[in-house]
Design a protein around this ligand. Structure first.
Ligand SMILES: Cc1ncc(C[n+]2csc(CCOP(=O)(O)OP(=O)(O)O)c2C)c(N)n1
Ligand SMILES: [Mg+2]
Length: 1023
């Protein structure tokens, strides 16, 4: 009621025609996005809220009428015209309304005119009827998709029974209308475009047009979007009469694409009937769908598209969308061909691809890449996004106008996999957005053998997209023209709003999950229906032939032409002698390797810096390089502390990292550090982003003030996701070898929610897809009495997945030993005990001539440990990363007198040295730190074991015995000494949890294993 009063009270007392223009501008602005606002120029003298027909629910309608009247008094019914004129003239309550003269004209019969006009009480009915029509329009917009003909099988797996949709000619009573109203003319609200150029339509026509817009082969879900402009945009695209019309040329192209898509699968089926290929049969319109999106996006200026997709139809997409040579695809079916490349390779329906070509429709260059992916459904989603972001970043495409991503999904996986949600949540974050992704769901209404009703709780598999207000276009995949239409709209949406959008291709799966599977075991009725189903190509061809768009002969020629192409490629594929996985690269790095794809050298220069460079970066790290910027007092103290360290030529952990980052940036390497709270650092040690204490959101990143021509530094706090964000950073790192991309876990313990990215991409990526990647994982690790979930980054798991043979001493020359080991390994694992070594390993990651993932177990308490500091001397030119740090204390003087060498890694070193000192054993026990665990520094360990011939060998770790490094290190130590000496263990006993939750127990355990480590008789008598 309040709103109505306000509306009416604010009606302006001026004559309509004079103000129509200005009002219509105001109205357009309102429709254009902002809130609808009324600007009262003068209030009514008379209260019109007392009008009998005005009530709360009619306020919308009155507004509509009022605006329309202001624009054009003739556009509203005469009764409204008189009412508004009288109201404007200040008529008292109840007097503004006057019974209007009957309407003339041919369009309306007398009966109708009377029905609309009537006497005063009928005006109330008139308002209500108009409101009813508005509700009806809205019902179609909100829920028309429930009754759209989306399912080609018509078995309707989406169950809306509990909420029937009240629309249609027969249900007007629900809105207080009756059959006699069907031929009455109603003014259309501004929230619909079904009228085209008409502003009024008979109800019957309104319903028919809404049925056409919302209840045919396309179901549009968009009314949850809380942006008026976006909703209006979508309404226009689907409601305007005559929108779904295609030229002859477009129809013929569509048919040709359907021919390719269909005949490709048929060809594979004929030639390799017993091979799994996860064919597209039942969703052949996926191919024209993707091609339409690509054509339209290319037209809108996109030059590069990065795609991720699961198994279903992948070979077809490679052949007919990416345009991989058919013979190369066909040879993948020949199991006898040997692979030419190193690595174990992957099955054919996982391989990636990169291809630049001219888009025939737009005549513009376009690069398409399909990312290689594992079986793990949806895991590739964030990786695609990261790679897309990187490509946008490197070409300065800040709005995503040139580079974009397309993600394909299966219905079951899209609904079921949590990483989909994590990826959606990256879509609008400043450092992660790719400015809109087009999602295409192959919704065959089944996941392997499982029906949707037991596979998801949401009505549609696409509901997850609603979290980011992405519009969802459901479409019957057996209607190729409707598919093409929604794909065009999806591409336009992305180009207009730079936001995600979903195309849900409702289809079926003609065969079992793969070609070998029997679907009748589990879905007998569905498959009976499927067997009756005519193929979509046949249906579409018949439609076009009937329309006269093509002749049967032309259609058959098109088929024969493509079959011939396949046959010829098949013949060529038989000449192939060898398989080249490298021809299936999704992310080539031009210029990084030599012509044979090998590193340009096999050496790594010194990773040290000059004294001046260290001093300069140290200065930046301890200052605020912008004017009038007030930092927090506590931070000032931290920066002063840094300045003092620089004065003393020493670094702590944070400063060591600063030196590495700052120098690489200066040398032109882009650095991106991402993860939860990385800007400050979980342990409040880093402070790479300074916040002005007086100006909201004003920040300063000193790392971007190192040198005038430096590369940019990106440091970004991420969403609270590991799977999604690590996948994203991995994708970012794929785009270029000339960037240091780091992901930091809040605590290393949490990395396991991203296990799939580690297990399926980072660890075996190069072996499967001949693709190197230099991503760095920073995993805070260490037993500090913080309980079972804040202690362990699970080093045992990373170490277990190293490809090195523990029982074979590598046969490399001394000079090449380190680099060859690095080149052969699948990833590098380090646990640095000094800031200088951390500094070197980060720089080596870029200065070495190839790329390997680097896993760094990083410290917590060592960040502030007074002994865990490094001198500038250890970081000067000529210095290197130390794979092993030998004992440089008193033991060196009389190595023969040393009774024990304790090998260890990481923080426990400081506990060991303290204990040794306390026990006065500096001459008898040597402590060696293995800083690079993998590849294992066999050569340097051998130097140590040879140096102390009378010492027994102990591996000491703070982790539990079944965890940490023991199982990994022990066989390697034994191999190093040729099994001549046993390797003893000092550490915590085996346990199920990584750490105790009890601080006192933690300390007792610590003391117990330190006792063992320094008890020279601890292992006497054992074998
Ligand atoms: C993360 C993950 N879990 C389970 C599987 C095993 N699997 C392979 S395909 C499939 C069904 C997928 O259904 P859907 O996403 O609808 O795709 P469709 O095969 O129907 O195209 C399952 C469960 C997998 N590949 N990945
Ligand atoms: Mg499915």
């Amino acid at each position: 009621m309040h709103r109505l009063r306000t509306t009416v009270v604010r009606l302006r007392p001026i004559t309509a025609p004079q103000t129509a223009k200005s009002q219509s501008q105001a109205r357009l602005a309102a429709v254009g996005g902002a809130l609808r606002t009324f600007q009262p120029m003068r209030s009514y003298t008379a209260s019109v809220s007392a009008e009998p027909f005005l009530n709360g629910t009619s306020s919308n309608y009155v507004e509509e009428m009022y605006y329309a009247w202001l624009e054009n008094p003739r556009s509203v019914h005469k009764s409204w015209d008189i009412f508004f004129r009288n109201a404007n003239a200040g008529a008292p309550p109840g007097a503004a309304y006057q019974s209007p003269p009957p309407l003339g004209g041919v369009a309306l019969g007398l009966a109708n005119a009377q029905a609309m006009v009537g006497v005063q009480p009928n005006v109330e009915k008139l308002v209500e009827d108009h409101l009813a029509v508005q509700s009806l329009v809205r019902a179609y917009q909100v829920r028309g998709h429930h009754i759209a003909k989306l399912d080609p099988l018509d078995i309707s797996v989406v169950d809306f029974d509990e909420a029937p949709v009240m629309v249609g000619l027969k249900k007007v009573e629900f809105y207080g209308l009756d059959e006699s109203d069907l031929d009455k003319v109603f003014r259309l609200p501004t929230t619909t475009f079904i009228g085209g150029s008409e502003s009024t339509l008979p109800l019957r026509e309104i319903i028919q047009r809404l049925e056409m817009a919302y209840c045919q082969s396309i179901g549009v879900e968009f009314m949850f979007i809380n942006d008026l402009e976006q909703c209006q945009w979508i309404r226009q695209k689907f409601e305007r009469p005559g929108i779904m019309q295609f030229t002859l040329e477009e129809k013929r192209t569509l048919l040709a694409r359907m021919v390719r898509s269909t005949r490709f699968e048929e060809f594979l089926q004929r030639k390799w009937s017993s091979e799994k290929r996860f064919g597209l049969e039942g969703c052949e319109s996926l191919i024209p769908a993707l091609k339409t999106i690509i054509d339209k996006s290319s037209m809108n200026g996109v030059e590069s598209i990065i795609m991720g997709m699961p198994h279903r139809g992948r070979l077809n997409v490679l052949a007919n969308v990416i345009r991989k040579e058919l013979d190369q695809i066909f040879c993948q079916f020949d199991s006898k061909l040997e692979a030419a490349d190193e690595g174990s390779g992957d099955v054919k329906y996982h391989l990636g691809m990169w291809h630049r070509r001219i888009n025939r429709v737009t005549d513009r260059n376009i690069t398409l890449s399909l990312m290689a992916n594992p079986s793990h459904l949806e895991a590739v989603d964030p990786v695609v996004q990261g790679k897309t972001k990187a490509e946008q970043f490197y070409c300065g495409d800040t709005e995503g106008n040139r580079v974009m991503s397309i993600l394909l999904h299966g219905d079951a996986a899209f609904a079921g996999q949590g990483v989909v949600y994590e990826t959606f949540h990256l879509s609008d974050l400043p450092s992660y957005t790719t400015h809109g992704t087009i999602h295409v769901v192959v919704n065959n209404q089944i996941g392997f053998t499982t029906d949707p009703r037991v596979a998801r709780s949401s009505s549609y598999p696409t509901d997850v997209a609603k979290v980011v207000n992405a519009p969802i276009f459901h479409v019957n995949a057996d209607d190729p023209e409707a598919v093409m239409y929604v794909c065009n709209v999806a591409a336009e949406w992305r180009a207009t709003f730079h936001k995600d959008v979903v195309v849900d291709l409702v289809c079926y799966r003609r065969n079992g999950h793969n070609e070998m599977d029997e679907p009748m075991f589990t879905q007998p009725l569905m498959y009976k229906q499927i067997k009756k189903q005519k193929g979509v190509l046949q249906k579409y061809a018949e439609k076009l032939i009937a329309e006269g768009a093509v002749t049967r002969q032309e259609y058959e020629e098109e088929i024969a032409k493509y079959d011939k192409i396949c046959e010829e490629a098949h013949a060529r594929s038989k000449d192939e002698k060898i398989l080249h996985i490298k021809h299936w690269l999704d992310s080539p790095w031009p210029g990084f390797f030599n012509m044979d794809g090998q590193p340009k050298s096999m050496t790594c220069p010194s990773t040290g810096l000059t004294e001046e460079e260290l001093g300069h970066i140290g200065h930046i790290a301890s200052s605020v390089p912008v004017e009038d910027f007030t930092i927090h007092g506590g931070l000032s103290r931290i920066l002063k502390g840094r300045a003092a360290m620089v004065g003393q030529r020493v670094c702590d952990w944070a400063l060591g990292e600063y030196m590495a980052f700052g120098s690489l940036l200066k040398e032109g390497t882009h650095i991106r550090l991402s993860g939860q709270d990385v800007e400050r650092g979980t342990f409040s040690h880093r402070h790479h982003v300074l916040h002005d204490q007086n100006v909201d959101k004003r920040i300063c990143i000193p790392m971007n003030h190192i040198a005038p021509n430096q590369a940019p530094y990106t440091v970004c706090n991420s969403s609270l996701s590991e799977y999604g964000v690590l996948g994203f950073e991995l994708g970012f790192a794929m785009a270029s070898p000339n960037a240091l991309v780091l992901w930091e876990a809040q605590f290393g313990d949490f990395h396991n929610t991203a296990q799939c990215i580690i297990d399926q991409f980072i660890c075996p990526g190069q072996a499967k897809w001949v693709r190197q990647n230099g991503i760095v994982l920073l995993l805070p690790h260490g037993m500090e009495g913080m309980g079972p979930e804040h202690s362990s980054a699970r080093p045992e798991r990373f170490l277990q997945m190293c490809n090195e043979d523990p029982d074979a001493y590598p046969k490399f020359s001394a000079e090449e030993f380190a680099v060859r080991q690095l080149y052969d390994c699948n990833w590098i694992i380090v646990n640095c005990s000094t800031p200088a070594n951390y500094f070197h390993v980060l720089r080596r990651q870029i200065l070495q001539p190839f790329r390997k993932p680097l896993i760094v177990f990083t410290p917590k308490s060592l960040l502030r440990h007074p002994d865990a500091k490094s001198s500038f001397d250890d970081m000067l030119l000529g210095t290197h990363f130390q794979r092993l740090i030998p004992d440089s204390g008193p033991v060196c003087e009389k190595p023969d007198g040393v009774k024990r060498i304790v090998f260890c890694t990481g923080k426990v070193y400081y506990e060991l040295t303290r204990e040794r000192k306390n026990r006065g054993m500096d001459n008898t026990v040597a402590i060696a730190r293995i800083e690079q665990l993998s590849p294992f520094p066999f050569d340097q360990v051998k130097v140590e074991t040879d140096r102390y011939p009378n010492a027994d060998l102990v591996w000491c770790q703070e982790e539990h015995k079944n965890q940490g490094y023991y199982d990994y290190v022990k066989p390697r130590l034994r191999t190093t000494v040729d099994r001549t000496r046993p390797v003893w263990y000092a550490g915590r006993g085996p346990a199920a949890a990584p750490a105790t939750g009890n601080k006192a127990a933690h300390l007792v355990e610590l003391q117990r294993f330190l006792d063992t480590a320094f008890n020279l008789d601890a292992f006497t008598g054992q074998s």
